[in-house]
Design a protein around this ligand. Structure first.
Ligand code: TYM
Length: 335
């Protein structure tokens, strides 16, 4: 069987980009019978961005409820919290000592922070934590601890998966055995990067997101605020580079998308196009939103589920693997 693994950082509520780029494809793929799926809440990663205990807890719960509401079956797939598997951070250290610093210097998130400091004529590492710098190593540990073969992610994560491959390869080489398979990145070409309200990639850091479970009225308001060009009703509209069209496509069947493209060519007004988009998204999300609200009313059930699955994963995979790895690197056995 192939092991498929992906994580989501619980910072704030999930948005449509997370849904289209990660949650929906991951759940769809997990239905196949010959794969073992691992979906987790990267709460250790979230500490890098925000050191606010209540927010971390709240957000972890929200993201968990989101995946469950989107149809994840917690008895069929492994669904867990990163911090419930402490072996991950031990593995992170084993990877840290073999990871090259030069590769980490080139990580997009770190480089972007450095570039921003340079632009503002600050010291280049000003305000950048070692946690941000080490982010890719923790992510590699997430992937390797369960020997994942495939990692479905959005485009922004490709470099991280490549690094995980690099660290796995080095580890295997240094300690002389195929301890880890090399993880492969999986990108859904159609929808890998969903645009946000302003046409840039939908991202919390751009403040251009549509929350996945926004109440209907808010969803509608946000859809109507999507940036368009100024072509008048009756004028043909271009689907090329249109955030509105791309979002429609992400929520529609090929036939519906073709009809929408035709409406663009026929000069549909932006108001009508937005109304159609709103209805399409709302039709897909309404049942999910209802399940989400029900789940959030019973947080202790989610908590119990995460604990149970985390414990099982440790016993079945993480603890035995770390026993083997401690031996491999020359450390004493704990048991
Ligand atoms: P995060 O929480 O930033 O995003 C979760 C997933 O959503 C994808 N994504 C998008 N896809 C399409 N369009 C967008 N606008 C968009 N925005 C986000 C991301 O690519 C990602 O797949 N570091 C990871 C979490 C993580 C992880 C891992 C993932 C930690 N360990 C191990 C895979 C394997 C992150 O912060 O994703």
């Amino acid at each position: 069987t192939t092991r498929v693994l992906t994580g989501i950082t619980p910072s704030g509520t999930p948005h449509l980009g997370n849904y289209v780029g990660a949650i929906r494809p991951a759940i769809a793929a997990s239905a196949a019978s010959d794969i073992e799926s691992f979906f987790f809440l990267a709460d250790l990663h979230s500490l890098i961005k925000a050191q606010e205990p209540e927010r971390t807890q709240r957000s972890t719960l929200e993201i968990a409820a989101s995946w469950l509401a989107c149809g994840l079956d917690p008895d069929k797939v492994w669904f867990y919290r990163q911090s419930d598997i402490p072996e991950t951070t031990e593995l992170m250290w084993f990877l840290t000592v073999i990871a090259s610093k030069g590769i980490l210097n080139r990580a997009h998130a770190y480089k972007a922070a450095v570039d921003k400091n340079r632009e503002e004529q600050l010291d280049e590492d000003a305000g950048i934590s070692a946690g941000l710098f080490m982010y890719p190593v923790l992510m590699a540990a997430d992937i390797l601890i369960f020997k994942a073969n495939k990692v479905p992610v959005g485009r922004d994560q490709i470099q991280h998966i490549e690094m995980a491959r690099d660290f796995a390869q080095r580890f295997n080489h240094v300690y002389g055995k195929e301890y880890f398979p090399l993880p492969e990145v999986v990108i859904d070409e159609q929808v890998a990067t969903l645009a946000g309200l302003d046409g840039r990639k939908m991202s919390k850091s751009y403040h251009n997101t549509i929350p996945l479970f926004a109440p209907r009225a808010e969803l509608k308001k946000l859809v109507f605020s999507i940036l368009t060009d100024s072509r008048a009703p009756g004028e043909p509209k271009s689907t090329e580079g249109s955030a509105l069209f791309q979002m429609y496509q992400a929520f529609a069947s090929p036939a519906q998308t073709a009809a929408f493209a035709q409406a663009f060519a026929d000069g549909i007004s932006w108001g009508d196009a937005k109304q159609q988009l709103f209805e399409r998204i709302d039709a897909e999300l309404t049942p999910l939103r209802e399940r989400y609200d029900a789940l959030m009313a019973e947080p202790e059930k989610i908590e119990a589920l995460l604990r149970r699955r985390g414990q099982q994963l440790r016993e079945q995979y993480a603890i035995p693997l770390l026993k083997e790895l401690r031996h491999a690197v020359g450390l004493r056995d704990l048991s």
